[in-house]
Design a protein around this ligand. Structure first.
Ligand SMILES: Nc1ncnc2c1ncn2[C@@H]1O[C@H](COP(=O)(O)OP(=O)(O)OP(=O)(O)O)[C@@H](O)[C@H]1O
Ligand SMILES: NCC(=O)N[C@@H]1O[C@H](COP(=O)([O-])[O-])[C@@H](O)[C@H]1O
Ligand SMILES: [Mg+2]
Length: 391
């Protein structure tokens, strides 16, 4: 074959699009899959398959049709039982079928982290009825955060400050959950000072960490991220220790985005609280496209293909800011790129075929002498890109 490896990419959004670029630079042949045609990664891949990845039979058929060397999930919403089956047949699932199964279900990964590995997490309870939600909130105290066990990007998530809001939060979670398990996690609200993503690469040569990425979320979805973010040496060591434990438990090779909350205590101490992780590149990690010599997508591709990862990964001060749609439209266009890039920022447009409210359509990326300046530049650039909607 003219290629170094055949990769089946399950999910073809913006993260997949950058991964395709990284993998193809290393000579891979990529088949991009998603539930709709012309998805961002499909526009660059060698081949595409359009089907629901939650449909087990369809997923199995596509895997057997292409017989890839690597199956690389890009989203959570995949029939992960099929990944476990094909792994048993001898296919390689990235990073491992177990990792995709555990992280798709908040309860599975939380139980591993808190109960098996003893990581520091917020107080939590699971609930399958309103009565259990009320009992859960008794356990965590208020405010608390309610999230479907199967969801991502903040879908179905709400923060409850008064007991009277619990019923609405339960209904909202059930109405916006993915999959068929009517189950939520009731989590103690963490009054953190900042939150980070610790990109962690598990590869042939061991485990390597990127400098921590700070980020700001709204509606449970990321708005801006920056790297590096200041953190005490003790807090970085605590986060790295927890990240290593969890990626070693999940197994396989690839890049993981491990999310932590950091709360400042007395005498400038910082308490690091594990939140969750993605066994794949993380949206807040798009900043690495300009901050690191090897982006999170390059690192994922290298780890998967068994190629070397440098022992130390550095980042120059940089930031990313998202470009969001504000309404639904079947046609989309852009202007203002020149104005946006006038301050030195880079703009990435994902070329998603349709818009919906809050859908991420692009990202602005900036570097500067310090992250505060980079954040200002990226936000300013993102604000100058205009999205044009159809009638
Ligand atoms: N217990 C909590 N206390 C305070 N804030 C929280 C808590 N849980 C979640 N959040 C806030 O909501 C954001 C999204 O939560 P979380 O990462 O659990 O959801 P998600 O839907 O899996 O998001 P994604 O898939 O985009 O990572 C967090 O990054 C944080 O800002
Ligand atoms: N937090 C997870 C995340 O950022 N995932 C990224 O968003 C895409 C879906 O976007 P869409 O909903 O606009 O199709 C996914 O395919 C992935 O690239
Ligand atoms: Mg998250």
């Amino acid at each position: 074959m003219a290629h170094t490896a055949k990769i089946l990419l399950l999910g073809s959004g913006e993260l997949g699009r950058e991964f395709v670029i990284s993998a193809k630079r290393l000579g891979a042949y990529v088949i991009a899959c998603d539930s709709y045609a012309q998805a961002p990664a499909m526009q660059l891949a060698d081949a595409a398959e359009v089907f629901s990845m939650l449909d087990g039979e369809a997923l199995r058929a596509v895997i057997h049709k292409h017989c890839p060397d690597y199956i690389v999930p890009e989203v959570e919403a995949i029939r992960t039982e099929v990944l476990a089956e094909v792994e048993a047949e001898g296919f390689t699932v990235v990073p491992s079928a177990r990792a995709t199964q555990m992280t798709m279900n908040r309860d599975a990964i939380r139980d591993v982290a808190a109960l098996e590995l003893g990581l520091n997490t917020s107080r939590y309870r699971y609930a399958e009825s309103l009565a259990e939600v009320l009992a859960g909130a008794e356990h965590t105290g208020l405010p608390c955060v309610i999230k479907p066990v199967m969801s991502s990007s903040g879908k179905g998530q709400s923060t409850v400050r008064e007991a009277g809001e619990l019923e609405a939060a339960w209904t909202y979670a059930v109405d916006n959950m993915r999959g068929d398990r009517r189950r939520v996690i009731v989590e103690q609200f963490v009054d953190f000072d900042y939150e980070i993503t610790l990109l962690t690469v598990r590869h042939r040569g061991g485990v390597t960490f990127c400098p921590p990425i700070g980020h700001r979320q709204e509606r449970g979805d990321y708005q801006e991220s920056w790297q590096p973010t200041p953190m005490s040496a003790a807090a970085i060591a605590a986060a790295q220790d927890m990240a290593r434990k969890v990626v070693d438990d999940l197994g396989g090779y690839g890049l993981f985005g491990v999310e932590f909350f950091v709360a400042k205590g007395e005498n400038n101490t910082e308490e690091v609280i594990f939140s969750e992780l993605s066994p794949r590149p993380h949206d807040t990690g798009m900043v690495t496209l300009v901050s690191q010599n090897l982006s999170e997508f390059d690192l994922h591709a290298r780890a998967i293909l068994g190629l070397p990862i440098p022992p130390e990964l550095r980042a120059r001060p940089a930031a990313s800011a998202v470009i969001l749609a504000d309404r639904a439209s079947d046609t989309v266009g852009y202007s203002g790129l020149a104005e946006a890039m006038a301050n030195g920022s880079e703009i990435r447009i994902f070329a998603k075929p349709v818009t919906r409210p809050y859908r991420r359509m692009g990202v602005a990326l900036a570097t500067a002498d310090d992250t505060d300046t980079a954040r200002k530049l990226a936000a300013e650039a993102a604000g100058k890109v205009q999205i044009h909607y159809g009638e």
